[in-house]
Structure formats: C-alpha cells, structure tokens
Design a binder for this molecule. Structure first.
Ligand SMILES: Cc1cc2nc3c(=O)[nH]c(=O)nc-3n(C[C@H](O)[C@H](O)[C@H](O)COP(=O)(O)O)c2cc1C
Length: 359
C-alpha cells in the first residue's frame, strides 16, 4: 500500500478522529485513521448505558457495530482515495475482539500502541490489512519483531516511532519525557538502524511534528513519513465538538500538562477546570461503568489517579468543557494562528503548497 502523501493523521480517541476526519484526510490522498476506542458514544442508540449515560462494559464502550459503521462511512467519504486505518489501543479490554471488528469493517491498516501489541497478528489473521505498531524505542521495536517472527512468521508492515511531545499517552516515564536523548530526532537513528536490521521496515515519526519543513527534515533523515494528530483537531471536518476546537485556539504553552493516567503512562491534556481541580487534589472518579482498559483493573487505578479515562474523554466528545478531559500534543498552543480550516488546506500547508500562518 502506498499513499499519495507521506502523512498519516493520528488516531484520536474518544471520537476526535471518526468518519468525518479520517474520511476527509483519505479523500485528500493521505492516510486517515479512525479511533476504535469509545465508539459506543457515537451511536448511543446501539448500546446499553447506565443511569449517568455511560456505555456499560467494554462491549458497549468499544462497540463493534458502531466501529463498522464509522469505518464504512469514512471509506464512503474517501471515495476510494488514500487509505483508511483504525487505531486500536493495545491496552483496551477486548483488544482481540476490537482488532477483529476493525478487520471486518474493512480497515486498510491497523495501528496499535499504548502497550506492546505482541498478539496483533493473531487477531488480524486472514486479513490483508497492514499491521503497524507504535513504539518509543528501538528496544520495543526489536521485541515486537522478534515475537511476531517467532510466533507468526511475519513482521510489521511499518512502524511508528512516537516521541514524548505527542498528544495523549506517552511511552516514557514522566521525567524521561523531558530528556534531550528522548527527542524524536535523537530517537530516530537507533530506530532506523533496528528497522533496517529487520529488512528495511518503513519508519514513520510522530509526536510534535508540525510543519512542512519538519516533515522534509525527518524524511531526509530516513523516515518514510510522518503521523500528525494535534493539527487536525482544528479542522472543519474533525469529529470533535466546536468547544474542543475553540479551546485549542486559546491555549498558551503552559496550558498543556502531563497527568497520571489510569492506563499507567503519562497523559498529555489541556489544563481545564476539571484538570485544575484534579491537580488541587480533588477526586472526580464516579465508579467504573466501562471496564475500558486492562491496566486500570476495573477502576482501581482510576480511583487512585482521580478520574476514569473513558468517562472523561466521553464527556469531552459530548462537549462538556467543565467536566471533560481534552487531549492535546505539546504544540497544541500553536493552533491559534491556524484557526479552524478545511483538511485539504491543512494538507496543502503540510506539503509546502500553501503558506503556513502558524510559522
Ligand atoms: C486528541 C488526541 C487523542 C489521541 N488518542 C489516541 C489514541 O486513542 N490512540 C493512540 O494510539 N494515539 C492517540 N493519540 C496520539 C496521536 O495518534 C499521535 O500519534 C500524536 O498525537 C502525534 O503527535 P501530535 O499530536 O503532536 O501531532 C491522540 C492524540 C490526540 C491529540
């Protein structure tokens, strides 16, 4: 599979990259990615919910039929151009079932990170979807390749190297996110070397990649392409509610912070009223309805960190500024000068065909 543009729009859960964004990105010749987490929020009529309106259990939270509808609609919007992938977080409960849902939905590729997707080929068996793990080190890539080769006799079709400026979960400990050796450009040479040793796997870089000049620089260093997420939040076609997009246009660098997440990794979010209260010691956990991710242990970790990630990302998708949790990459504050623009214009900026007002 080869996309016209070497740009993947990163999967954004809950509901930030569904059919509208992924379909429009693919239609413009790049790779659009649907997020498979929390799809129960997209079609509430299909799912069982509790009295607070939260999807019940992981079957209703990461809902199979909802995902299939989203992917089919994204492909319809794409009209046969580009490619439509699905991002499945490796830490979710029902991971195998959701990967199979994605395959049945017709995903062209499956991207999987936030944990090591060591069993991904088993769940995607029989499909010709490209399998693309996300890693943050050469060590993780080597482990995945060794395991896949031994167990399944295959290797990843490409790999995404995600550095510590990305939105959402970080594959690093809190203090390691700020170390110079973990900057994307410093991680890339080792990962390229590992990828070469496994037969020239294409390496795609992610995490804070912002402009055409940066994309060019990473490709000159040997990357096969880039994955960009935060910039796509401020597009007309993005599936986020308007409050989310407008919030992104008002940020200062200090408004973007790292929190402890129930998934066990640092999580980069916007400092909103809820985050402010959390940082002041308030606990906003309201019991576990979704059983959404394995490491949370049915709410045990959520109770410790003070929030349920499924509930809070769900509330953000519903447009609740006060109570929701709004993910952003470290460069999110730069969106102010971008404004809310069509996907096609953003891709023209990212390919050097139009002046970029954020620079
Ligand atoms: C709002 C938002 C939600 C995200 N959700 C997910 C997710 O569900 N799974 C995942 O693997 N990555 C997720 N990410 C990470 C992106 O896919 C991407 O790799 C990363 O943000 C790239 O960095 P950038 O945002 O600086 O471009 C999310 C990022 C954002 C901004």
């Amino acid at each position: 599979m080869e996309a016209e543009l070497p740009i993947i729009q990163g999967g954004m859960g809950v509901g930030i990259s569904w059919e509208g964004l992924a379909g429009s990105v693919a239609r413009a010749g790049a790779v659009g990615v649907v997020s498979a987490v929390g799809t129960g929020y997209r079609y509430p009529g299909l799912v069982k919910r509790d009295r607070l309106g939260r999807p019940l259990g992981s079957k209703n939270t990461h809902h199979g039929e909802a995902l299939k509808r989203i992917v089919r609609e994204a492909k319809r919007i794409a009209g046969g151009r580009g490619a439509v992938g699905v991002n499945v977080l490796a830490a979710i409960t029902d991971y195998g079932r959701v990967v199979r849902d994605a395959v049945e939905a017709g995903a062209d590729l499956i991207i999987s990170g936030a944990g090591l997707p060591l069993s991904l080929p088993e769940y995607a068996e029989g499909s010709d979807a490209a399998l693309v793990p996300i890693v943050s080190s050469a060590r993780a890539l080597n482990l995945i390749c060794r395991t896949w080769k031994r167990r399944y006799g295959r290797l990843p079709d490409a790999v995404i190297l995600e550095g510590p400026l990305s939105g959402g979960h970080q594959g690093f400990k809190y203090e390691d996110c700020f170390k110079p050796e973990n900057r994307l450009e410093n991680l890339l040479p080792q990962v390229l070397e590992a990828a070469r040793s496994w037969g020239n796997l294409p390496v795609i870089v992610a995490g804070g990649v912002w402009s055409y000049e940066e994309i060019k620089r990473f490709i000159e260093m040997g990357a096969a392409g880039v994955q960009v997420a935060t910039r796509f939040i401020a597009t007309e076609e993005c599936d986020a509610p308007l409050v989310y997009k407008e919030l992104m246009l008002e940020l200062e660098p200090d408004d973007i912070v790292l929190l402890k997440s129930p998934v066990g990794y640092p999580l980069r979010v916007v400092r909103t009223p809820f985050v402010e209260r959390l940082l002041n010691g308030e606990n906003g956990w309201q019991g576990c309805a979704s059983n959404c991710v394995v490491p949370c242990n049915r709410g045990e970790e959520a109770k410790k960190v003070g929030f349920c990630i499924a509930d809070r990302l769900g509330l953000a998708w519903l447009g609740d500024y006060e109570e929701g949790l709004f993910i952003s990459g470290a460069n999110g504050w730069r969106l102010r000068k971008q404004g809310i623009i069509p996907v096609e214009r953003l891709l023209r900026m990212l390919t050097g065909k139009e002046k970029d007002p954020t620079l």
